[in-house]
Structure formats: structure tokens, C-alpha cells
Design a protein around this ligand. Sequence first.
Ligand code: KG4
Ligand code: ZN
Length: 338
Amino acid sequence: SQKIYILGIESSCDDTAAAVICNGEILSNVVATQQIHIKYGGVVPELASRAHQQHIVPVVHQALEQAGITKEDLHGIAFTKGPGLMGSLLVGVSFAKSLAMGLNIPLLDVNHMQGHILAHFIEEDGYTLPTFPFLAMTISGGHTQIVKVNDYFDMDVIGQTLDDAVGEAFDKSGKLLGLKYPAGPEIDKLAKQGNPKAFPFSKPKVGGLDFSFSGLKTAILYFIQKKVKENPNFIEENLADICASIQYTIISILMAKLKKAVKETGITQVAIGGGVSANSGIRDALKQAEHTLGWTTYIPKFEYTTDNAGMIAITGYHKYLKQDFADITVVAKARLAI
Ligand code: KG4
Ligand code: ZN
């Protein structure tokens, strides 16, 4: 059968990424993570945009080279249309447009959050692809949603955060503890040595399948302020226990809503996606649910959890198969629903 090569480009936040896939298989997946934001403790949009401009040409070049193809072999260019930071998105959109125009091949616009979900359709050895319908919980620095995935491009958001995203809950609590940005992976690492029941934090009371994380952040802030007043070395002396407790609380919140979603929909195929799906605690909890609850779970490989272009390329590939091409006048959208 014919080989379809799709280049994916991702530039929605602070990672400049490019990937090539061929008929659902990944040939290259290159990510340049911007280090510049670490010293500011968060993403600075103007700096992100400038860094994307510096990285995009070498990153695309590297992706093609690693895939062992040239740009003339490509059948389509997929790019992230949104949601994300406007200045960052614009770099990817304009680059993708000019490349597609120059090569005279289709342009494929991708919703970043659909990308996090459809990353599960990247074909790998020993990995079973999900079948429709399935539930997907997208957990990242900007989003927290439970999505009912009826088909590749037919998704219903059945629950979402009313305030902060779960990644923000990790990052902001970590900042209070003096951890470097992004704090999610740091908390994950430290939590492994701590007692998850050391400091109980109360969980938010939010109805239905929605989430709220701003109350948790405030609770952690007050807790730490109080403890540090009593003992100035409280954080250093209890860092692993604090991290384990925060992570345990967040995972309990996520799992409770997932269980509710499974119960309400009757769907026991459950996938996770987005940066926070790299978290070892949520991965373990999901694996455990296979045994205790009889779910079939889909946990992405690490390289497809945080922002990457493999997920954009695979989504573009499925759009290509449907001949769902973007017009050259397509524009970036900072806000874009699934
Ligand atoms: O999907 P992503 O790369 O970017 C967005 O679209 O937001 O997600 C980034 C988020 C950050 O908040 C980061 O702290 C979090 O994912 N994250 C983690 C872990 N690895 C990344 N959170 C908890 N545990 C991890 N191991
Ligand atoms: Zn993302």
C-alpha cells in the first residue's frame, strides 16, 4: 500500500517540536524544550515566541533527517492551530503554511487537545490501539478534561476544570515549596520517598464530572505558612512527605472523577494524555484499576505525554485520510474547543 508521510509541527506553548509519521508509525519525534523560562518560574510568552522562531527551522530539519526523508517526500503538513499562546502558535502556523504552499501539499490543522488524545493511535510494537468509544482524561499545564471519544474527530467534553488545570496545581504547589519550574516532575520524583498520608488535604466539593484545583492550592499555601511559622525548617525536613501528600490528593481527585465517568457512561476503556499523564502516581493508579475495576487502560509512552509533534502528526494523518484539509487562510486560535 502507499506510504503516506506527514510532518507534524507543534508550537503551542514552550516546546518547539516536529515529527514525521508514515501510515501511523513514528519515524522521528524531535522536541526542543525552551530552557529560558526556568529562571522566571513559568512561561514568558514573548520569550517563548522568539525561541520558537529560533528553533523551528533546525527542529523540522532534524525531524526530516532522522526520518530519513526529504521534504519532497511529504504528503501533508500538520500543525497545531490551538489552543495555546497566540505568539507561539503563530510561529508554527506561518511556518506550516509556507512549507505546504511551497511544496504544494495539503495543510492539516490540528487541535492540540485532540492531539493529546489521538497520540494513542501512534502504532508501536506491543501497544494495542484503543477502540471507540473510549474515555480520555487530558491532564496538562493548561487543561483538565474528561472526554468521551466517539470517533477520531467526534469528541464530547463531559467534565472539566472550573479554575486551575491539574498541571498548574502541581506547578504552583511546587513553587510554594521552592521547587524549580515545572514542578510536576520534581514533585513526582520526591513523592516516591514520602508518605502520601503524612498530611491530609481536603478535596474540593465539585459536582458532576467537573474539577476544581484553586482551593487545593490555597489550602496548601495556608498549611505551609502555618507550619513554617512553627518551624522555619518545616519544608526542608518534610519535603518528600509534603510532595507525596500533594500528589496523593491530586490523584485521588482525578481517579474519583474518572470512576464516576466510567459509571455514568458505562465505558471501561480509559486513556490518559497530556503532561501530567507522565506522573508515576496516576500511571500506577490507572494500571491498578485494570485489576481492581476491570478497566482497559491506555497510558502513553513518556515521549507522547508532554507536548510533542508526534501527536500532531498522527492527528494530521487521520485528517489526511478523511481529506479534511485546512484552507491556506486558516488562522491560529488561542482558545479552541475540542
Ligand atoms: O502537556 P504539557 O507538556 O503542556 C501543556 O499543554 O500544558 O503539560 C505540562 C504540565 C506541567 O504542568 C508539568 O508540571 C506537568 O505537565 N508534568 C507533570 C509531570 N511531568 C510533567 N506533572 C506531574 N508529574 C509529572 N511527572
Ligand atoms: Zn499539551
